[in-house]
Design a protein around this ligand. Sequence first.
Ligand code: UT7
Length: 325
Amino acid sequence: MSVIRAVPIGVGHYLPSRVVENAEFEKWLDTNDEWIQARTGIQRRHFAADGELTSDLAYAAALDAIKDAKIEATDIDAIVLATSTPDQTFPSTATKLQAKLGIDNGFAFDLQAVCAGFAYALTIANSLIVAGQAKRILVIGAETFSRIMDWQDRTTCVLFGDGAGAVILEAQTGDGTANDRGILSCDLNANGKYNEILYVDGGVSSTQTTGVLKMQGREVFKHAVTKLASSGEYALEKAGLNVDDVTWVVPHQANLRIIKNTTQKMGLSMDQVVVTVQDHGNTSAASIPLAMSVANKNGQFKRGDLLLTEAIGGGLAWGSIVLRW
Ligand code: UT7
């Protein structure tokens, strides 16, 4: 049976040039490189320069993905941009990116699901392609979390970084089996009962300020491993596959211990997992496409490989995608 599949045809990323090593934080906080590495796996992260905006990061990542896909920007007919750190309250960062890319038609919008943003964005983009609403979608995760840090809070400010990653999905015909290339299944979840364990204490309608990130890390950690493992397993089941079929896991890069525990819980090997958290920190919605792009540039992915990606973050919101490269 012939079906439409959303197939990745290009992937790219951008990291701001400023690299901040763990030791930097020792200058003003009661923390150290040893603690940060042991508890999180993070060694360094990138921070955007003054005046460098989320749309600038997204633009650079988009150009990289467009080059990888060997298409023109104007071949893209939709942009779905996941971010919790937009340039402005409105217009959307996606429309700013659209203008920078010189695209005059199609549609563009932002999507906000915090660290699960890219899983949500891929799911929405997949639905749009399958429904015939768009043929080539630029799916972006772009963040400047350095702008919402409390620099006196050692429990959060050492964890996050800035960056952007992009994947271009194209409508292609598949035969409806799990051997097709492209997105094979998606699983999205949210439970707003947990709003208060990870949030920003400001906003347009509440304080008219941007606010800073607040997190009960240990609580989030507990939810992360179980929810990610069960979502990943469910997404595989939906695609008619199981863990033995997985070639690569591209997890949200928040904490190496979460990644290891989830991998172990699912019965997968760390050799199959793309890990970039040591160099990027947690870049929220940007972390999965950043990791995908880095792995692709390293030559890790082969055509036909089965990828499982999973993410969880504020909301709580979480989800998984199964796709064949
Ligand atoms: O991407 C969105 C989703 N977010 C996540 O997935 C993050 C999930 N959570 C985590 O990754 C971990 O919980 C953290 C990395 C945030 C914290 O690690 P932990 O092993 O859960 O540590 P903890 O919060 O239990 O804190 C242990 C100790 C505390 O001291 P006491 O109370 O035992 O005296 C903290 O105050 O470590 C202390 N601590 C620090 N020490 C040095 C917390 N942050 C730091 C720090 N440097 N930066």
